[in-house]
Design a binder for this molecule. Structure first.
Ligand SMILES: Nc1ncnc2c1ncn2[C@@H]1O[C@H](COP(=O)(O)OP(=O)(O)OP(=O)(O)O)[C@@H](O)[C@H]1O
Ligand SMILES: [Mg+2]
Length: 417
């Protein structure tokens, strides 16, 4: 266990203190306070228990983001009220992502009705400057300011990175909350730079978003309740805290263990290497995956009994059939289950044109699909399971983000050649 004894106080803000960790250079301790503030700090109150609730919320949210492959500063929880993160140079911008128009957006965009839905989500950036009430900055203003943070200058590439990442973070959390019937309306995040790399930093908790259970504004469970108070009584503060607690109590539901399965059926053990590539892709996407050897030509009753075994578990399951030459396995499986079947024949280049037809030209009444590559089979299965599992969906969403970001990074590098 690393030594988490805090060292020097590096930064103190309205709701948190950031301490050095002398035994862990490059990391810091984000210590939450029992403090709630609004209106650029004009309204501020002590709220016993808030530090613990906020820390629990932030840690679970960052665990979800890290699990699905999104880069954040979060390392681990340190105590009830603190977590360890990478020490960042913070970019003084708030990135706000909105699905539904409400609040300040309506004041700044006269005529837009509350409830207007942004598809894709709407992004706005605000310069963090309490004295001037965090002015909105357009992308052009942001780029023109050439902000310097952690050795990098914030230009168009960096803004693209943060824009795309903000929307991905929003969508991942939106899907997670939707799984328990809560609508994520909007949220703000901040970015920092550590070791020359941009990443999501600061906190993401009930101060950061609007969250409406069943999409009903009257049921809101976020800090807006505190912002809207006419008079702040102890009773009102208790209600704010109860709302935050309501959120904190549901956090484990955001990162459930996956209830999904892929079963790779291979006609012969000689297909094992091909099948293992499918298994790797599935597991990278957080999908549990098993392999079985069965031949629909040589042991059809065994094939049917394997299908029945998985149907009996009640776990949403996708079968991937791997059979060379004549693929009886996939079509026979497809004809005997309502679960999806994906054919992924291990075709060889010289016989591919001949062999693939047994997977494609199937009898009427069958809905199996066919792909050429093991990675494609794994991803197709994950996409089907992602429809009902937000963690799998999130891994796919973040994979698409990371593909985009890595092409952008390569482009930037080659431009500088
Ligand atoms: N990983 C990190 N490394 C360094 N500083 C961080 C990190 N994460 C967050 N911070 C910074 O910690 C400071 C204290 O947080 P707090 O939210 O209390 O500040 P604040 O009063 O709200 O001020 P601000 O308006 O800047 O957020 C903020 O300036 C925030 O940017
Ligand atoms: Mg802050």
């Amino acid at each position: 266990m690393a030594d988490l004894t805090p060292g020097k106080l590096l930064i103190e803000g309205k709701t948190k203190q950031i301490f050095e960790l002398p035994k862990q250079p490059g990391a810091c301790l984000v210590q939450s306070k029992d403090r709630i503030t609004a209106g650029d700090g004009v309204r501020a109150h002590n709220l016993t228990g808030k530090a613990e609730i906020s820390t629990a919320t932030t840690c679970k949210v960052f665990e979800l983001l890290n699990t699905v492959g999104l880069k954040t500063h979060y390392i681990k929880r340190a105590s009830e009220t603190a977590f360890v993160s990478k020490k960042c140079d913070m970019i003084p911008i708030e990135w706000v992502t909105r699905r539904v128009a409400t609040g300040s957006f309506l004041k700044r965009n006269i005529g837009v009705k509350e409830g207007y839905r942004f598809n894709p989500p709407k992004l706005e950036t605000f310069f963090k400057d309490d004295a001037n009430h965090d002015p909105q900055w357009s992308e052009e203003v942001l780029i023109a300011n050439e902000l310097k943070c952690g050795g990098i200058t914030i230009g168009k590439d960096e803004v693209d990175f943060m824009n795309r990442t903000s929307v991905a973070v929003f969508e991942v959390l939106e899907k997670a909350w939707a799984s328990i019937d809560c609508a994520l309306i909007d949220m703000k995040i901040e970015f920092g730079v550590a070791d020359g790399e941009l990443m999501v930093a600061d906190v993401i908790d009930s101060d950061s978003w609007r969250l409406w259970p069943s999409g009903d504004k009257r049921l809101m469970k976020d800090k807006q309740v505190y912002r809207d108070l006419q008079v702040v009584t102890q009773e009102a503060l208790d209600e704010v805290k109860a709302n935050f607690k309501w959120i904190a109590e549901r956090l484990d539901l955001l990162l459930p263990s996956p209830k999904a399965l892929v079963v790779v059926l291979m006609g012969s053990p000689s297909d094992e290497d091909h099948c293992k590539k499918i298994v790797k892709t599935c597991r990278d996407m957080g999908v549990p995956c098993q392999m079985r050897v069965t031949s629909a030509h040589k042991g059809p009753e065994e094939t049917l009994s394997i299908i029945a075994q998985y149907e009996g578990t009640g776990i949403p399951t996708i079968f991937i059939a791997v059979a060379g030459r004549s693929n009886g396995l996939g079509p026979v499986t497809s004809g005997n289950t309502a679960y999806p079947v994906i054919n992924c024949p291990p075709v060889k280049s010289d016989t591919a044109m001949r062999d693939v037809w047994s997977s494609l030209d199937v009898p009427s009444g069958l809905g199996c699909v066919t792909v050429m590559y093991p990675e494609a089979a794994g991803l197709a299965a994950a996409q089907m399971l992602g429809l009902t599992n937000h963690v799998i969906w999130a891994r796919l969403r973040v994979k698409a983000l990371n593909n985009y970001l890595s092409i952008k990074a390569s482009d930037k590098k080659i431009r500088e050649f």
